[in-house]
Design a protein around this ligand. Structure first.
Ligand SMILES: *[C@@H]1O[C@H](CO)[C@@H](O)[C@H](O)[C@H]1NC(C)=O
Ligand SMILES: *[C@@H]1O[C@H](CO)[C@@H](O)[C@H](O)[C@H]1NC(C)=O
Ligand SMILES: *[C@@H]1O[C@H](CO)[C@@H](O)[C@H](O)[C@H]1NC(C)=O
Ligand SMILES: [Zn+2]
Length: 724
């Protein structure tokens, strides 16, 4: 028993075993502590991060305070021996894990320093800490009955990661970021053929892991927000309290949650205004059926009659229609009655068809205010043209979250064959004047999806890129190349996103400014983290071996996990095959953390198109070392991810070489089937691009043609907008 230490643990609360973690460390210590709470809130991390946990401490303290009040069951009353510790761990497979008494996080989200941390990570850290703290009640105090109910834990924690955070830390505007974090991802995944219902039977470990995904987190959160909008926030809060009180220290399933909703709704009589609406059906359908609807709206502008028809939305144009009917919360705004802030439905649509009436006049209508309902909207062409003209000529008239909704819906409608590319790109003309983050965020996602399918057609892709760049001047000018200390976090995020995309597309000024930033950094100047991604990447793309070695040294010396990850991304951007080999070899060492392996492999592919061949040669020569270093059987299957990603960056000769090598040497490997199927889907994507290139480019050219006239109109309409 020599050299052993005995520790005695207090009894835990009655709890589920998956919440137990033992963390053993020789050198971790408390790096920040708030004793005004009982138990004290503590941040615990590596000894050389002392003093760097203050930001995380403030987030954890304020959110504990919020949830104490909101749930009406203070944290300190949950159990006498419960701690409120937050561990900043250099190696952690997920972003955070809600062990009771001790939440574990990746260090990158705990060590927030405004001089060294990107805004995307600072912004995410606030929602992450809030998410994990919400789990103390939704997840730990009341645990899901089985993994098929994972969405109850994760949906609530994800919802609470946004709405309370927006109240406690209003500067981040988290409520506005809910759509780009959850709604668009959910609607994208949930329109695929392989989607599943929120409540979904899972039995094997792989199925359980798989259910910790988009449907449980994103659709779960979006469903809960949609429900809160229908029953009101006050009734929603009451339902949460009933659920927690009725099931404390017990497992609970979707029926227990339903009962809590019923109890609160009946007490508040909060559905009295919806005459034909049955909450039981609403809950059952959204929880147990996969997918979601598209609402087709046809407006008779002379009578004001609006005909609504719903059907399940599939992204694939060849998907068969199904008989699903979803209860849809209806909200809408018109040009003469802009009530975008109203998210309480004026009507619940429960059948396949409905009719609503508005004042007869020729004007746009937009359904689904601020995109709070989990559905897409399509309109008759006349109404689309009214929307399109207003977007272009009366900027700001339509709420930015609905402008983002329109962009997201239009991309999906075009892909599913419900809208022509010509009309879609005609609607996108307004992006030329658009400077809002939320709108550009979805636009960049949509454009990226299309341009990835033109990768094997360099001339077409170059033309498409120059079309996109021609739309980005205004947003680039509005964010600029330097941060202003007084700007909002959303502006900083906008700069990070927009400049990274513009530099990737070859925007000349973006490259010049980023390169200038790199030269300043090499001289030892501090550069704002809000432009570092494009500075590092441009520095590597435009630089030589000395630049690479400079950044590698900086990487090795840095104490900031987030900045190190950005530097890895930069290093992967080198154009020099030998340096790229050096970079890839680095990913095999312990200098790159386990949870960063698959990402850092991907950075080598994201950096430059021509890098894919170098990566292929590296994979062929080092496959066994990759399997060991990336940990082949780790739960997120990093080796599968890395090898599959490679397929989507190769052209046909590269794919043929890759496939041949796999067939002759790797057919017994764990990755074989996954990678062969990734090769097939890469070929399908190229084929799609080849078939669609002319249609897409014709639509882009067509939308550019009308712009000179519109710019003049714009000047006139700007005066009009001021007096509205
Ligand atoms: C950020 O840098 C400025 C100027 O170099 C310095 O005054 C400030 O203390 C730094 N802030 C933090 C959080 O380190
Ligand atoms: C709602 O629908 C369910 C069947 O789905 C039915 O059992 C219940 O009686 C209905 N509730 C009301 C108030 O009509
Ligand atoms: C609008 O409704 C009127 C009256 O029912 C009808 O005469 C007209 O054809 C309709 N217009 C369209 C475009 O459907
Ligand atoms: Zn969670």
């Amino acid at each position: 028993w020599r050299n052993r230490i005995e520790d005695t643990f207090q009894p835990t609360p009655r709890m589920s075993s998956y919440l137990v973690t033992f963390l053993v460390s020789e050198s971790f210590q408390v790096i920040a502590q708030d004793d005004s709470f009982s138990p004290p809130v503590r941040i615990i991390g590596r000894s050389n991060t002392v003093g760097l946990g203050d930001h995380a401490l403030r987030l954890a303290s304020r959110m504990t305070e919020y949830f104490d009040q909101y749930f009406g069951i203070p944290y300190s009353t949950l159990h006498p021996n419960l701690m409120n510790d937050h561990i900043s761990s250099p190696d952690w497979a997920s972003a955070g894990t809600e062990n009771w008494g001790m939440v574990s996080y990746r260090e990158m989200y705990m060590i927030i320093d405004s001089n060294e941390t990107t805004m995307a990570v600072e912004h995410y850290a606030a929602t992450l800490i809030s998410h994990e703290l919400a789990h103390k009640w939704f997840g730990n105090l009341v645990t899901c009955f089985w993994w098929s109910n994972t969405w109850i834990n994760e949906g609530f924690a994800s919802y609470f990661g946004y709405y309370p955070t927006a109240q406690m830390f209003p500067e981040y505007d988290h409520h506005e970021h809910f759509n780009n974090r959850y709604m668009t991802g959910s609607m994208s995944f949930d329109s695929g053929v392989s989607t599943v219902p929120m409540n979904h039977e899972v039995n094997t470990p792989a199925q359980v892991t798989g259910h910790f995904g988009t449907i449980s987190y994103s659709k779960g959160a979006a469903f809960l927000r949609q429900t809160a909008n229908i029953i009101t926030d006050a009734t929603f809060q009451k339902a949460c309290r009933y659920f927690l009180l009725n099931n404390a220290f017990e497992p609970a399933d979707q029926y227990d949650l339903y009962n809590a909703f019923e109890q609160a709704i009946n007490e508040d009589n909060s559905l009295s205004q919806y005459s034909n609406f049955n909450f039981t059906d609403y809950y059952r359908i959204w929880v147990n059926d996969p997918g979601y609807p598209v609402l087709n709206v046809a407006v008779n502008h002379s009578t004001g009659e609006m005909t609504l028809v719903q059907e399940r939305f599939f992204l694939s144009a060849s998907a068969r229609p199904t008989g699903h009917i979803y209860p849809i919360p209806i909200t809408y705004s018109t040009r003469s009655n802009r009530i975008f802030q109203n998210v309480r439905p004026i009507h619940m649509m429960t059948g396949s068809r409905d009719t609503l009436w508005k004042d007869p006049r020729e004007e746009w209508v937009i359904f689904n205010n601020m995109q709070h309902g989990h559905y897409r909207v399509n309109y008759d062409e006349k109404t689309w043209r009214l929307i399109s003209d207003s977007l272009l000529n009366e900027p700001g008239t339509i709420h930015h979250l609905n402008r983002a909704q329109i962009v997201d819906d239009v991309f999906a409608l075009m892909r599913s064959g419900r809208m022509t590319y010509e009309l879609g790109f005609h609607i996108f003309r307004f992006l030329r004047n658009e400077v809002n983050f939320h709108v550009w965020d979805v636009a960049i996602t949509g454009y990226t999806w299309l341009r990835n399918r033109l990768r094997h057609l360099p001339r077409n892709q170059a033309e498409f890129d120059s079309y996109i760049i021609s739309y980005m001047e205004n947003v680039i000018n509005s964010v600029g190349y330097n941060s202003d200390p007084s700007e909002s976090p959303t502006i900083s995020m906008n700069r990070e996103t927009v400049l990274h995309f513009a530099c990737n597309l070859g925007h000349r000024r973006c490259i010049q400014e980023s390169n200038a930033g790199w030269q300043r950094m090499k001289k030892g100047e501090w550069i704002t983290p809000y432009i570092r991604r494009s500075v590092y990447l441009t520095g590597m793309r435009e630089g030589d071996s000395s630049d690479f070695q400079f950044l590698l040294r900086r990487y090795r010396e840095s104490n900031f996990a987030n900045d190190k990850l950005e530097m890895l991304r930069g290093l992967g951007g080198t154009r020099d095959p030998q340096l790229l080999q050096q970079y890839l070899a680095l990913t095999l060492t312990s200098e790159v953390r386990s949870h960063d392996k698959a990402n850092s492999f991907n950075y080598a592919l994201l950096g430059n198109q021509e890098n894919a061949y170098t990566v292929l040669q590296f994979v062929k020569s080092n496959i066994n070392a990759i399997r060991v270093a990336y940990v082949e059987d780790a739960p997120p299957t990093p080796v599968n991810t890395a090898l599959s990603n490679l397929a989507s960056y190769l052209d046909e000769p590269g794919l043929a070489e890759y496939e041949e090598w796999l067939r002759t040497t790797q057919s017994n490997s764990l990755q074989y089937n996954t990678v062969i199927s990734a090769i097939n889907s890469a070929r399908n994507n190229m084929e799609w691009g080849t078939n669609m290139a002319e249609t897409i480019l014709a639509a882009a050219r067509g939308s550019a043609a009308g712009v000179a006239v519109s710019a003049m109109l714009l000047a006139i309409m700007a005066i009009f907008a001021m007096v509205m």
